[in-house]
Design a protein around this ligand. Structure first.
Ligand SMILES: [Zn+2]
Length: 120
């Protein structure tokens, strides 16, 4: 990877007590910091990405679904453009796009000029 996108993630739902919350925040902060430093050291860009709605946004057209997918729903279907992709693939693509990267080989967002290829 030449660039890394990281969810700027604060798991509020994990924290039942303030101690647990502090521990979780510290662990996540340390992980993120280590990752950012690693990226710097190796000359790679690390992008912090707002994780909100990555499971609801369409990686192809950017439309946002009205409802989040249930965990049991493994497939993301866009009501706007009809794109269908496994949710495990759609969300990372949304994050990459949000980080300003064009995911090479990812379906949906392509550099201009390749738009007609693969469009069904
Ligand atoms: Zn769409």
């Amino acid at each position: 990877h030449d660039a890394i996108a990281v969810e700027d993630f604060r798991p509020k739902f994990l924290a039942k007590s303030s101690m647990a919350r502090k521990a979780a925040d510290a662990a996540i902060g340390a992980t993120r910091k280590a990752l950012v430093e690693m990226g710097r050291k190796h000359g790679r860009a690390v992008h912090l990405v707002n994780p909100a709605h990555t499971t609801m946004d369409c990686a192809r057209c950017g439309a946002r679904a009205k409802h989040a997918l249930l965990l049991s729903e493994r497939t993301y279907t866009c009501t706007a453009c009809g794109a269908v992709s496994p949710r495990d693939k759609n969300s990372p693509s949304v994050m990459l796009v949000r980080a300003g990267l064009t995911p090479a080989g990812a379906e949906g967002v392509r550099p201009s000029g390749a738009l007609l290829q693969g469009a069904a």
